[in-house]
Design a protein around this ligand. Structure first.
Ligand code: HEM
Length: 270
């Protein structure tokens, strides 16, 4: 029976490998600083054992043929993180009241240091995230990654997709200019035509029977509290399942036949 040894795990997964001739690390102030960092990490690890979880998540085998298409999920995640960071800065100046919202956006664009840039990043970033999520969904679909045992991860992905679209829709109203106002009325009315839940959904979005000042607060709460929180939680579960189940090999990589597998039974040494 062939025995497969696990690869050696570095004692400190955060330290970089030493260059030849520099086995003892940098000396002087830099050396002390590096050692202080390592002992701080050791101190935390001794009390939390976090490195075990980190090793479990990071030191994984990836299937043969893994390629650039496998980066689309992480790219979507980074787009979300960028939206979260730029969103926090916008929220410092944005005022979600019907009389002040438009002005506060003008203030961000014209008076706040880098305001227009951060606003632009957030605006364009939303489209980037939508494009990336669709590309990622296409990759998982065409590589058959929705099949057993990853069906639940596909379903979580669908929820993430719906919530990402909800983020785009709810964010569109916030500048409160003519275009965002009327486009959102159209969007809410379209939601209202849905079967069974449609009328309740549009009533919930409007925060009442009519489109009014409270609609803006409702959209703001949905946009910056309700949905991002749910996205972050589901993303965590999505990534947990990816780490647990591993990724699917591309369809052009042939799996070993059952006879081949039974020939070389492999046991993994702990
Ligand atoms: C916020 C949105 C999302 C994020 C941040 C995200 C993130 C990721 C990451 C990092 C991976 C592993 C690497 C990769 O395959 O790219 C992954 C895998 C996966 N994702 Fe997503 N994802 C999202 C949305 C979706 C959507 C919309 C679907 C499908 C409806 C989906 C279905 C899957 C599946 C089935 C896998 C497993 C892939 C495999 O086994 O090869 N994800 N996701």
């Amino acid at each position: 029976m062939a025995k497969l040894k696990l690869p050696p795990v570095p004692s400190n997964p955060l330290s970089s490998p030493k260059r030849p001739g520099k086995e003892y690390g940098p000396s002087g102030a830099r050396g002390h600083a590096a050692e202080a960092g390592v002992s701080a990490v050791d101190w935390i690890d001794e009390r939390t054992s976090l490195s075990g979880g980190l090793r479990w998540a990071m030191f994984r085998k990836v299937p043969k043929g893994t390629n650039w298409f496998y980066t689309l999920g992480s790219s979507t995640m980074f787009a979300f993180l960028s939206q979260a960071v730029t969103g926090v800065f916008l929220a410092m100046y944005y005022d979600p009241s019907a009389t002040r919202a438009y002005e506060s956006i003008q203030y961000i664009n014209n008076n706040v240091f880098l305001g227009e840039f951060v606003h632009g990043m957030h605006r364009w970033g939303s489209s980037v995230m939508v494009i990336l999520i669709f590309l990622h969904m296409g990759r998982t679909f065409f590589f058959g990654a929705y099949k057993y045992p990853r069906e639940l991860n596909w379903v979580i992905g669908v929820a993430l997709l719906v919530m990402t679209m909800t983020m785009s829709f709810s964010g569109y109203l916030l500048p409160f200019d003519q275009r965002s106002y009327w486009a959102t009325i159209v969007g809410v009315n379209i939601n209202g035509t849905g079967p069974l839940v449609g009328p309740y959904l549009s009533e919930f979005l409007r925060a009442g029977p009519y489109f009014g000042a409270t609609t803006l607060s409702r959209f703001y709460a949905i946009h910056m509290l309700m949905v991002p929180g749910a996205i972050a939680a589901l993303m965590g579960f999505h990534l947990y399942l990816v780490a647990k189940l591993g990724t699917t090999a591309p369809p052009w990589i042939k799996a070993k036949g059952p006879e081949k597998l039974s020939e070389e039974k492999v046991t993994v040494e702990a």
